[in-house]
Structure formats: C-alpha cells, structure tokens
Ligand binder design. Structure first.
Ligand SMILES: *Cc1c(COP(=O)(O)O)cnc(C)c1O
Length: 217
C-alpha cells in the first residue's frame, strides 16, 4: 500500500478519535525488506524507520543515513546487553527496555556518552511466556526503578497476543502510562494501528502494510 494511503488512514483515525492531527508518528518497520522497497520510501521523503535487530540494522542503515539526511531510526526488537554500544551508535530510540540489568547498562552508557536514546519500556500486556516485556503488575515498580537510575522514560510499548482483541491491550498500556505520567505510547502494527490510535498511540509501528510481505524467498 502506498505510504500516502497509510498516512491518510492515520489522519482519519486521529480525526475519528478526536486527537490532534499529527499526534501519531509513523515508524516504518523496514526489517527483512528488500533494499529497493526501503529506498523507495526514503525517496518519498519518509525519515522515521524501525528495525527489530541490531545486527541487521548495522548492516543496512549507515549507508542510508549517509545518503538521506535526517533519518531517525528506532529499535523495536530485543536488545542484548553486549549490543548496547552498537545500539547507541545506530538508534535514536529503543522500544524494548524490559529488565533491570539492561536498564543499568543503558544508564551507564548514557552517563559515559552524555546522551541517551529515547526509551520505551516494553510491557507484556498479554502475560505471554515467550514474549519479552515486563508484566503489567510489575510495570510501575520497573518504571520507578529506571527513574531512580537516572533514566528518562519516554513511554511504553506493547505487542498484543495475536489471537486477542488488541484494543484491550492498548487500553491497558495507556492506563499504565497515564498513572505513571508517561506521554508516549508505541503500539499498533499493520493490522491494528487504527485501533491503537483510538487508544492514544503516539508511535505506530507499521511494516508489511507499507512495504509488502516480508515472506519472500
Ligand atoms: C515486525 C514488527 C512490526 C511491524 O509488523 P507489521 O505487521 O509488518 O506491521 C511492529 N513491531 C515490531 C516489534 C515488529 O517486530
């Protein structure tokens, strides 16, 4: 689907939800996409992208960042502590902060560099075994713990279970954010970003709806 169609759908969803036009940022998730598809979206002027693997992003993005000005890159997938330095080099935001050890190492790196990527705490709203993120009941304490380490937390992120109504998960995430004074909400993907906008998403992470299926070859 053309980028402009996705942007139209975002504006319509904002309007329908009574939100300020432009309140939602579109993070174009370029993981596992053929380079020409990503370049086409860069050529159209879009500058905000997301990747779910540090290694893959490190292989692709330095060249694009050199070629296209003002690219903003977000990490939306898991971060291992041994990749923190690389993540600081590449990413303007990390959406997957989910454990104290990672928070401590990010805080140390931020201290050393004098700056820190924008941080989102991932919440496992569906309490799924295999999924990353802090449990909803542990979120308040973890947010407080990160703040005590000196980290500035921008907001929360979630990936709802595939077989459940996402709106309930988006609403839960919004509620946890509100009671902790957090303004940013990273939620909503290709199949449900309009529902996420209705619940207050500030960042929607849309991949296949923009670029097409990743399942090739
Ligand atoms: C791949 C991915 C997306 C985008 O998924 P689509 O269904 O292609 O829009 C969003 N968020 C995360 C964390 C992802 O890994």
């Amino acid at each position: 689907m053309p980028l402009s169609d996705i942007q139209d759908r975002i504006r319509k969803a904002e309007d329908k939800a009574g939100r300020v036009p432009g309140a939602t940022r579109l993070v174009a998730i370029s993981k596992k996409q053929p380079p020409e598809r990503v370049e086409a979206v860069l050529e159209e002027g879009h500058r905000l992208f997301g990747e779910n693997r540090v290694q893959e992003a490190a292989a692709k993005w330095p060249a694009w960042k050199a070629r296209f000005k003002d690219v903003e890159l977000h990490l939306v997938g898991p971060l291992q502590t041994n990749k923190i330095k690389q993540a600081f080099d590449l990413f303007d935001a990390i959406h997957s902060l989910d454990r104290p050890k990672l928070a401590r190492k990010i805080a140390a790196e931020a201290e050393a560099r004098g700056h820190c990527p924008k941080l989102f705490i991932q919440v496992n709203t569906g309490e799924e075994e295999q999924k990353a993120g802090v449990l909803p009941q542990d979120a308040d304490a973890f947010i407080a713990e990160c703040r005590e380490m000196g980290l500035e937390i921008a907001g929360l992120m979630c990936i709802p279970p595939v077989d459940e109504e996402p709106s309930l998960h988006f609403a839960l995430l919004a509620k946890i954010a509100a009671r902790n004074g957090l303004e940013s909400l990273s939620m909503g993907m290709s199949g449900d970003f309009e529902k996420a906008i209705a619940q207050g998403a500030t960042h929607v992470r849309v991949g296949s709806a923009i670029f097409g299926d990743r399942d090739y070859g």
